[in-house]
Ligand binder design. Structure first.
Ligand SMILES: [Zn+2]
Length: 104
């Protein structure tokens, strides 16, 4: 089975990175990729290279010169590129729904 990027609308299968173990950075990544904060991260969820800036990688130069076979993310890297346009966490959606119900 081919692993695919978990970012909504991507599905890339090259240069995949697991979500970080550091809770704070993990939450930032989940928010950025529209994976809901309160939902369980699917086992094996990954994000592909195209969602990170060049500065996010610890070995970009070595990779480009052919000394490294794959890119390695810096510990604090958060995806910021080619992400879904609209991001909303469940509490925000709930508040919006409550406001709409109360207004009308
Ligand atoms: Zn992707």
């Amino acid at each position: 089975m081919v692993r695919r990027c978990s970012v909504v609308g991507c599905g890339g299968s090259v240069g995949l990175h697991s979500f970080p173990l550091d809770l704070e950075i993990r939450c930032q990544c989940l928010r950025a990729t529209s994976v809901l904060e309160n939902s369980q991260l699917p086992p094996g969820a990954v994000v592909c290279n195209q969602h990170f800036t060049r500065n996010s990688f610890a070995n970009m130069m070595e990779f480009e010169l052919g000394y490294s076979a794959r890119l390695h993310l810096k510990r604090e890297a958060v995806p910021t590129v080619a992400l879904p346009r609209y991001r909303c966490s469940p509490p925000t959606l709930l508040i919006i729904n409550l406001l709409i119900i109360n207004v009308f």
